[in-house]
Design a protein around this ligand. Structure first.
Ligand code: UGA
Length: 442
């Protein structure tokens, strides 16, 4: 099928490359000319495992093209998929400016039957507004008679950064929401190679499914973080508690890793947006407010306890391992690593940081007073304290005896329990995790 994908962020690009991999003919459109130029040269502008190889492959096969000019490619589209950003406003509400601008542009150009598929995460009711924008722009362009040929489908994404391409090819489910059966079936045909269960539903339900999925996962994380805080006080180990409850099929083992809380471009934004949607509809979603509060408190508590244990960090050399919001990405949006680095700096620490992928992004937001190390070991050399904030596999692979010798004080605060099973205490480290029941004893 012929697909036009609008927006080449991590969702749009991964999905576009994914559909090309499945054999469709894809044109990706973006207003960012510099990004399109890089993509045209075959360069993925962010770090996402597997995507570069997949892009090279589909470019060689001639199945994907990149352009800033929607007008020149819209004529051939059977499906136009929209995956532009919907960042949060200061109120928590999603900013739909880019989405509606795209809808207006599509409407002003359309002169044939097409299915519009919305991938962007949008508040309930937005798909109807998008199609209204498109039809209105068509009317203005003297094409009112064609508006009934244009239908909209909500097809939310469930990709995780760091494994987005794999998630695209092997989804847990497909959610397809539309008022128009044929339009829904057209979008389903795009996915025909995929074995996943289909949930064929309405626009509103599809929109709500996306928020409910992220909110539920965020709830699991806040729940296990509350258990972690309790575990610290009663001498239990949250990792064992998570394992013990996770074997129950009704609970499941995933998203039960305690730590400094969730970050990234999705959970904080989507949980706040859902709270906002609830409020706007006259409903106080109490559980959600608690999930957000627990997540904010989690970072706060980690930092506060670190300060208490250390008696402050003024003038002390502190190394931070991990700036990306999670491993296998260079994304630092709402990252605990960045926030805690900033707080350490404000508390007077002499700060040195390291991340395998996120250094360039971090340099753009961290003060010039921060030192950027070339390796994890370099960062920790001469440090009084090491703080681990992203679960990169390479952090487990350093020589801990060398690390011990290179640090002034071999003290580790691990906000992800990433090194918790390495028994670092027996190697002479003072080790603090989250919810290991040993915090106050250490
Ligand atoms: C999340 C969802 O998992 C995807 O399904 C969804 O498509 C995506 O948001 C989105 O809406 O676009 P992502 O933000 O890439 O994906 O990352 P996750 O793997 O979900 O992790 C989110 C945060 O939760 C990270 O900061 C991670 O460290 C944290 N986390 C995750 C925990 O603290 N504990 C866990 O057990 C799992």
């Amino acid at each position: 099928m012929n697909l036009v994908m609008i927006g080449t962020g991590y969702v749009g690009l991964t999905t576009g490359v994914g559909f090309a991999t499945l054999g469709h003919q894809v044109v990706c459109v973006d207003i960012d000319a510099a990004k399109i130029a890089r993509l045209d040269l075959g360069e993925v502008p962010f770090y996402e495992p597997g995507l570069q190889e997949a892009l090279t492959h589909v470019q060689e096969k001639g199945r994907i093209l990149f352009t800033t000019d929607l007008k020149s490619v819209i004529g051939g589209a059977e499906v136009i998929m929209i995956a532009v950003g919907t960042p949060p406003k200061s109120t928590g509400e999603a900013d739909l400016t880019a989405l509606f601008a795209v809808a207006d542009q599509i409407g002003s150009l359309l002169d044939h039957e097409v299915v519009i598929a919305v991938k962007s995460t949008v508040p309930v009711g937005t798909n109807r507004k998008v199609i209204a924008h498109i039809r209105e722009a068509m009317e203005k362009a003297q094409r009112a008679e064609l508006t009934s040929l244009i239908n909209i489908v909500s097809v939310p994404e469930f990709l995780r950064e760091g494994s987005a391409f794999e998630d695209f090819l092997q989804p847990d489910r497909l959610v397809i929401g539309s008022d128009d059966k044929l339009a829904g079936q057209t979008v389903e045909r795009l996915h025909k190679e995929m074995m996943a269960p289909r949930v064929m539903t309405t626009l509103e339900s599809a929109e709500l499914i996306k928020y409910a999925a992220n909110a539920f996962l965020a709830t699991k994380i806040s729940f296990i973080n509350e258990i972690a805080n309790l575990a610290d006080r009663v001498g239990a180990d949250v990792r064992h508690v998570a394992e013990g409850i996770g074997h129950d099929h009704r609970i499941g083992p995933h998203f039960l890793k305690a730590g400094v809380g969730y970050g990234g471009s999705c959970f904080p934004k989507d949980v706040s947006a859902l709270e906002q949607i609830s409020g706007a509809n006259g409903y106080s979603f109490k559980l959600l407010s608690a999930v957000i509060e627990v997540n904010n408190r989690q970072r706060e508590m980690f930092f506060k306890r670190m300060m208490e244990k250390l008696g402050g960090v003024k003038g002390r050399r502190v190394a931070v391992w991990g700036l990306a919001f999670k491993a296998h990405t260079d994304d630092i949006r709402e990252s605990a690593g960045i926030e805690i680095a900033q707080r350490l700096l404000a508390a007077g620490a002499d700060l040195v940081v390291y991340d395998p992928q996120a250094m360039d992004n971090a340099k753009a937001v961290l003060s010039h007073h921060v030192e950027f190390a070339v390796t994890a070991m370099d960062a920790a050399t001469g440090a009084d304290v090491l703080v681990v904030l992203t679960e990169w596999p390479e952090f487990r692979e350093v020589s801990f005896s060398t690390l011990h010798d290179r640090m002034i004080e071999p003290t580790i605060f691990d906000g992800r329990n990433h090194l918790a099973d390495l028994n670092l205490q027996s190697q002479g480290f003072v080790y603090h995790g989250v919810g290991l029941g040993t915090y106050d004893a250490a």
